[in-house]
Write a protein that binds this ligand. Structure first.
Ligand SMILES: [Cu+2]
Length: 491
């Protein structure tokens, strides 16, 4: 495969067509083919251990993704996306400033902070205003992220670029034998699909199917870049994968089917690393994997089709299937080994430590049930998005939880799969459809894909008032904005 073939394969399918193309040729990728391609860049690093009050300015910009077309975008401190913040335990007092005409908020997705500092829909920062949350970080190392969360604007504004990554660290990755050189053997990969036309213009116009399934694209961006190659040393490389897409559910694998080691999920390290060759990642979820590049060969990170878009999705289930929704395997990012880069880590770790949060089933004081509803109107692209029949209402606190308590939450979905996220809490998956959770769902999490029914053990250690409650919602952003969200206090 040469560069042109790669770009064609991962590129625009043609106006009107929806679905990412399979990239051509199997295992034909050679290092030489990747030589002329631009290298993937990391978001700029902002070390908030040195400056504990970093500024994040929501601003407008222009971004070229494909060709020469400049697209109007949003970002924090830059035209698209935001810096990667590095944080450890202790104080974190960022200053958020909004230079956009419309309100933004900054939700710390995965940070355990009280509701008043959580950056949810009740905490808008209007044009020209500032917000300075007072946060104390006291949780294990993890890859978390931040994004805007204004009700009915979240999907469009995250799509425009209002998101960024945070690395929570305890400075002990050398002891764990884990790669930790940012952009060298520790790569942050923000996965986003975008609908881009042949001239390079991004569109975000919601059709009826987009409202139902969530908005998916025909072109893959990694860290807001298109058509790049990840340069890596010929050893063990850590990939921090963030699904920052509005709706697409990835099923990640390497084209040569090489196995990789899953070391962390949303809320931190697993007790033991798990070898696998396919990793589902739904919107809002994060995963850290270790990949062995010591054979020196290039590798292509791929994804299988999205179950919500293909024939297994609602369209298929409800009325037979419509061709344009068939989704196939597609390329995300090629990797090439750069022999000039030092391979510092050459073996997978046997064990990990770090996640010092323990959730015990016997501590659960009650079970609540949540049904993620699309309703009949959902199918028509109208209303109907709700949880337990109640569409999101800013003025209604749906439930009250006791501070410090542990509860069992049973979440069920019909028609489509929905990634369910809870603010201000960590959970453990007890069961999926009555069975032991899949291996990628066995760690601590804050977001999980609900395919039919899932039981979660959730602990609520951070307070939230009725005025500044926490959210629980579907992380398909179009569903969230349409009402598949609720709120709760923790007192
Ligand atoms: Cu949903």
């Amino acid at each position: 495969m040469n560069r042109r073939q790669f770009l064609t394969a991962t590129s625009v399918v043609g106006l009107g067509a929806i679905g990412l193309y399979t990239f051509g040729g199997s295992s034909s990728m050679r290092a030489a083919d990747l030589e002329g391609m631009p290298r993937l860049k990391m978001p700029p690093l902002l070390d908030a251990r040195a400056d504990r009050s970093p500024e994040l300015v929501a601003q407008k910009g222009n971004t070229v993704f494909v060709g020469n077309a400049a697209n109007p975008t949003f970002g924090f401190n830059q035209p698209y996306l935001g810096p990667t913040l590095v944080l450890d335990k202790g104080d974190f007092n960022p200053v958020i400033r909004n230079e956009l005409p419309t309100p933004v908020s900054v939700h710390w997705h995965g940070l355990l902070v009280p509701g008043e500092h959580d950056g949810g829909p009740h905490i808008p920062v209007n044009r020209g205003e500032e917000w300075s949350p007072e946060i104390t970080i006291d949780q294990p190392p993890a890859t978390v992220w931040y994004h805007t969360h204004i009700h009915e604007r979240t999907a469009q504004d995250v799509h425009k670029g209002l998101a960024g990554i945070m690395h929570l660290t305890d400075g002990r990755d050398d002891d764990r034998g884990l790669p930790n050189r940012y952009g060298v053997d520790d790569l942050t990969l923000v996965l986003q699909d975008r609908r881009i036309d042949e001239r390079g213009f991004v569109s975000y116009r919601l059709s009826m199917p987009d409202l139902m399934h969530g908005f998916t694209g025909n072109t893959m961006l990694v860290n807001g870049q298109y058509g790049t190659v990840g340069a890596v040393p010929g050893g063990i490389v850590r990939l921090r994968l963030i699904n920052g897409s509005n709706a697409r559910i990835y099923s990640l694998f390497f084209e040569d089917n090489r196995a990789f080691q899953l070391i962390a999920t949303d809320a931190g390290f697993l007790e033991k690393p798990a070898m696998m060759s396919k990793l589902p990642l739904s919107p809002g979820e994060r995963a850290e994997i270790l990949v062995d590049f010591s054979d020196g060969k290039p590798a292509m990170l791929m994804s299988g089709g999205d179950q919500n878009q293909g024939p297994g999705g609602m369209m298929g289930r409800m009325r037979g299937f419509v061709d344009q929704f068939v989704d196939r395997d597609f390329a995300i990012l090629p990797f090439a080994v750069d022999e000039g880069m030092e391979a510092r880590i050459t073996k997978f770790p046997d064990e990990l430590d770090g996640a010092d949060i323990t959730l015990r089933e016997e501590d659960s004081i009650r079970t609540r049930s949540f049904s993620l509803d699309m309703g009949m109107m959902g199918m028509m692209g109208g209303g109907g998005f709700a949880i337990n029949g109640e569409p999101f209402d800013m003025s209604r606190v749906n439930l009250e939880v006791a501070l410090g308590s542990t509860e069992t939450w049973r979440i069920s979905s019909s028609m489509l799969s929905h990634p369910f996220h809870i603010h201000g809490a960590v959970f453990k998956v007890l069961s999926e459809n009555g069975r032991r959770p899949q291996s990628h769902n066995q760690g601590l999490k804050d977001t999980v894909l609900v395919q039919d029914q899932i039981d979660l053990l959730v602990r609520f250690d951070k307070p939230a008032s009725r005025e500044k409650p926490f959210m629980y919602h579907c992380h398909i952003l179009e569903h969230e904005d349409a009402g598949m969200m609720g709120q709760f206090s923790v007192i």
